[in-house]
Design a protein around this ligand. Structure first.
Ligand code: SF4
Ligand code: SF4
Ligand code: FES
Length: 511
């Protein structure tokens, strides 16, 4: 066993962890979650809430697991009578001034104060019903953050995030003792581009998102692992849906990409996923009008245009399309003189100062790198010019199109923009929340996103649409799942060789 591993037991379970590991982290390896409030793996240790008290053999009194490092031969007991009584006492003090407003609190159902009180707390209060709890009015802290001081347990996670991670120290602990509350600088606002993380970090319902306020109860939400489409950073997120509507975006931890955080631009970038004006059926041109049809006829019309066609094919694609869709779109043009391009939307860059290599990137494109690896270029104007004389022009999900062509225009998208009304065929596709697929972030990390809601009408994932067209034209079998689509891509494109969809898992892998 390497010298830098330390052996200890936690609740009778033997674990070996690297020297310097905190007892609270070592306990996770033993399958033990030590109750805690101020501790968060993405923040500096503060040791202020005392909720993580544990019994350590030979120590004269209870220790806090979040600030105690492991030692060789250490014996930790989280369930001894002394440890349980210590934590019960801490909870009793935390609840002195905490209001009983769980029925109207946004955090109810995902509140750590509820959870640990249920798990560890006293069955009944010892306080008189006449005791007047501390009261402070709700404060507006910033564009998307409300502070409800009555619920605050003064864990200081929000203060430490703004000070150490965002490097904009606008919050502090004002007053002391039972009068303490979180204060905001008299001229400050929580309007930092990454400020919304304080809402996720707050273990109780004290910091709330205005955007999510009273939208849903936690137990009504379905959750799906996804990837933010706001820029090329590729932050890992969870999409919360209620009755097939995306209502909230939250960070999903990935230490290689975004640690525990997302920026406010990404957090708010979800309303378009719920658009109601969607194309719900394939449309084919008959005379001057587009008519709804089924997939078989739509595929036949496209195939008849492509069969035997020569000359140029131009693909104008979105860098928000999945890697699989971009791959099969290119496969469809095989045999033609092909060119493909995407348009980059740029915005302001906003780094998170305390986390190296994490920033809201200027390129608002989640799959720019994937498109490049598949041969698409950035000379969009040249591709639009080439479209004029092409025999086939494919447009994938590109809402601002303005293209003229003498050939066949096939538009594949979620909504029908004005510029696509001249198309010969329109094929409806799912948006990122409605399908599975992958993006490649700016650092070359291939990451999977999962389906969060159902696509409207007959809309299908773009990779399915293109792979069916390829099968209709060239044979080669149908592609039934995103896994098959990715594995076919990995088998035929050098940059992706050796990767497999199942091995990408939830954390992704580098090309
Ligand atoms: S507002 Fe929330 S995160 Fe900030 S100190 Fe209070 S409980 Fe902790
Ligand atoms: S940095 Fe980019 S990928 Fe990450 S949350 Fe913000 S917009 Fe989304
Ligand atoms: S979690 Fe250990 S003292 Fe707060």
């Amino acid at each position: 066993m390497p010298d830098d591993l330390v052996n200890l037991t936690i609740d009778g379970v033997a674990v070996s962890v690297p020297k310097g590991t905190l007892v609270i982290e070592a306990a996770k390896q033993a399958g033990v979650l030590v109750p805690h409030y101020c501790y968060h793996p993405g923040l500096a240790v503060a040791g202020v809430c005392r909720m993580c008290l544990v019994d350590i053999e030979k120590a004269p009194k209870l220790q806090i697991a979040c600030a105690t490092q492991v030692a060789e031969g250490m014996v930790v007991r989280t369930q001894s009578a002394q440890a349980k009584s210590g934590r019960m006492g801490v909870l009793e003090l935390l609840l002195i001034n905490h209001p009983l407003d769980c029925p109207i609190c946004d955090q109810a159902g995902e509140c750590e104060l509820q959870d640990f009180t249920f798990q560890e707390g006293r069955p009944a209060t010892r306080y008189s019903p006449d005791y007047a709890k501390r009261f402070n009015p709700v404060e507006d802290f910033g564009p998307d953050v409300l502070y409800v001081p009555n619920r605050c347990i003064l864990c200081t996670r929000c203060v430490r995030f703004m000070e150490d991670v965002a490097k904009e120290p606008v919050l502090n602990v004002s007053e002391r003792g039972d009068r303490a509350y979180i204060g905001i600088h008299s001229e400050g606002r929580l309007d930092h581009p990454w400020a919304g993380n304080v809402v996720d970090l707050c273990p109780v319902g004290s910091l709330l998102s205005k955007d999510f306020l009273h939208k849903a109860r936690a137990w009504e939400l379905d959750k799906a692992a996804s990837i933010c489409t706001g820029c090329s950073q590729g932050c890992n997120i969870t999409l919360d849906t209620r009755e097939n509507v995306v209502v909230r975006v939250r960070p999903r931890s990935n230490l290689e990409v975004n640690r525990y955080f997302i920026c406010d631009h990404g957090r708010m970038n979800y309303r378009w996923m719920n658009r109601g004006d969607r194309i719900e059926a394939p449309l084919v041109r008959r005379g001057s009008e587009l008519h709804a049809t089924d997939w078989d006829e739509a595929f036949d019309v496209v195939a008849s245009r492509l069969r035997g066609a020569g000359g140029k094919a131009v693909a104008l694609v979105s860098p928000k399309a999945s890697t699989e869709a971009l791959h099969f779109a290119r496969e469809l043009c095989r045999g033609l003189e092909w060119s493909g391009a995407f348009q980059l939307v740029m915005g302001e860059e906003a780094p998170l100062a305390g986390v190296p290599s994490l920033a809201l990137r200027a390129e608002r494109a989640p799959n720019r790198r994937g498109a490049e690896l598949l041969g698409y270029g950035q000379d969009y104007a040249a591709a639009v010019a080439a479209a004029e004389t092409a025999s086939l022009v494919l447009v994938l999900d590109e809402p601002d199109i303005s293209v003229r062509t003498a050939g066949a225009l096939i538009y594949v998208g979620t909504v029908l923009p004005e510029g696509a009304r001249d198309a010969q065929v329109v094929l409806p596709i799912a948006n990122v929340a409605e399908e599975e697929g992958t993006f490649v972030n700016r650092d070359g990390r291939v990451q999977r996103y999962f389906q969060a809601k159902v696509a409207p009408g007959m809309a299908r994932p773009a990779w399915w649409v293109f792979s069916e067209l390829v099968a209709t034209l060239n044979g080669g079998g149908h592609v039934g799942t995103a896994a098959e689509a990715f594995d076919r891509l990995a088998a035929s494109v050098e940059a992706f060789r050796g990767l497999s969809y199942s091995r990408l898992g939830f954390a992704g892998a580098s090309v």
